[in-house]
Each structure stands twice: as structure tokens, then as C-alpha cells.
Ligand binder design. Sequence first.
Ligand SMILES: Cc1cc2nc3c(=O)[nH]c(=O)nc-3n(C[C@H](O)[C@H](O)[C@H](O)COP(=O)(O)O)c2cc1C
Length: 249
Amino acid sequence: MKYLVINGSPRRKNTWQIVEEVKKNLDKQEQNTYDEIELKDLELPMCTACYNCFTNSENTCPHAQIIQPITEKMMQYDGLIITSPVYTLNVTAHIKNLFDHLAYIYHRPQFFKKHALIIVTTAGAGHKKVANYMDESLENMGYNQRYRITLNHNQMNPLQEKTTKEISKTANKFYQATKNKTLKSPSLKALLMYNVWRAMANNKTTQPDYQYWTQNNMIEYEYHPDIPCSILKKIPFKIFYKIMTKILK
Ligand SMILES: Cc1cc2nc3c(=O)[nH]c(=O)nc-3n(C[C@H](O)[C@H](O)[C@H](O)COP(=O)(O)O)c2cc1C
């Protein structure tokens, strides 16, 4: 199995300690390779709000040379492990800057068959909130299942037995989903957001969105056709999409 590890911490310390623990657990299952991206070393400039990714194409982002290899790896590899320590009750600037560069994927979601593991550490507060934000962002990009490990200092220095057991349990769940390519029905929020972007694409809010949704055979469905979702669950979103399309027109 091949994993992409995106480290949102500017150092390899508390959060990285958990990454190593996760890797140890994943390697018990089978031999893996890890492609590790240190965001701090990327020299990725801040998003300039040029809107090129939204209105032209992601290839015209002034930082596409840095961003495109990351999104290619996100698509190509089996699983994503992404980390952030809590900084002033939020993600690090490195993660936020990366997500800003990936905002176009909210409009043109793509990682429907992918799974991610989110790792967040904190001195005491904000870890749930930060994990929620990262989870929401990845869900908006299409990620089918997101697992999370959130820890504070008193659970980490040193790692307690109870904590290592919990890490092992979550790593194993992430492994099973990634290995078996298990696809779960989307959440109601994912369905709602999908149909917002879908209606916007249908309205040709931007040409790249319209092209993406039509070329990928997504515009006709209440959720991506390859992801299981009952007809009953989709019905309200069929109606929502119709209303939204009318409003936009
Ligand atoms: C700039 C900065 C801001 C931080 N803000 C918070 C915070 O708001 N709440 C908190 O509980 N811990 C905060 N911390 C502590 C880190 O979240 C915590 O030590 C984390 O485990 C560090 O992970 P790392 O070793 O991977 O950098 C902050 C640390 C730094 C450097």
C-alpha cells in the first residue's frame, strides 16, 4: 500500500510522534511505502486570490507547479494521512494555505473513492474543532471516509497504553477501509454540498465547473454514481437541486 503523508506541522515532534505510531500499526498489516510531504519545505506562496483555478482551470494557478503534484498523489496513492497541531485554536498556516489552494476542488470534487486519516495534537484545547474543520474540508473534496486521531499533551508525553490502543484501533479501521476500498453512503451534509456545486455547475457559474461535471458524468446524479446511496436518501436532494437550479437561473 502506498500512503501520502502531508505534515502540516513545521516540525517533527508531537504530531509526528503519532504519525510514526500510525505507521508502525499500518506496517504490521503489510509492507507499505510513505511519500512524505513537509509543507514547511514546499515554499508554497500564499494563495493570491487570482481566481484562476475557479474561472479558468487549476492548471493556471500561479503555484500549479507545487500544487498539481500534490493533488496527483492524493488521487494516485491508496490513502492520505494529514496532520496539523492546533495553532491559536485553528489549523496551522501551512494547512490553511494548502486548503486555500485546493478550494477549487470544493467546486469540482474528485476524491470520492479515497480515505484519509486526520491527526491533530494540542497542548490542551481546540483539537476537536481543528479535526472537524479538516474533516469537513476533505469531505467537500469528495473523500469518502475520514478517520481521526486527536490528542492532547497529557495523553502523549509519554504515550500511554490506553492511547496507543486507541491509535491502533483507528489506524486499523483506516487500513481496512483503504485496503478493501470500502465505500460508504455520503452524509446528508455531503449530499447537500454536492447538489449546491452541481446546481452551480449546471448554471455555468464557471465554464471549468460545467465541463468537469458534464465530462465526468456527475451532473445527472444526486451524488457521484459510483458511491452507494439509497434512492430514498437522494429524493430530498433531487428536489433541492431543482429549486436551487431555478433560483440560480
Ligand atoms: C503558535 C502556536 C500556537 C498554539 N496554539 C495552541 C492553542 O491555541 N491551544 C492549544 O491547546 N495549544 C496550542 N499550541 C500547542 C500545540 O498545539 C501543541 O504543542 C502541539 O502538540 C504541537 O505539535 P508539534 O510538535 O507537531 O508542533 C500552540 C503552539 C504554537 C507553536
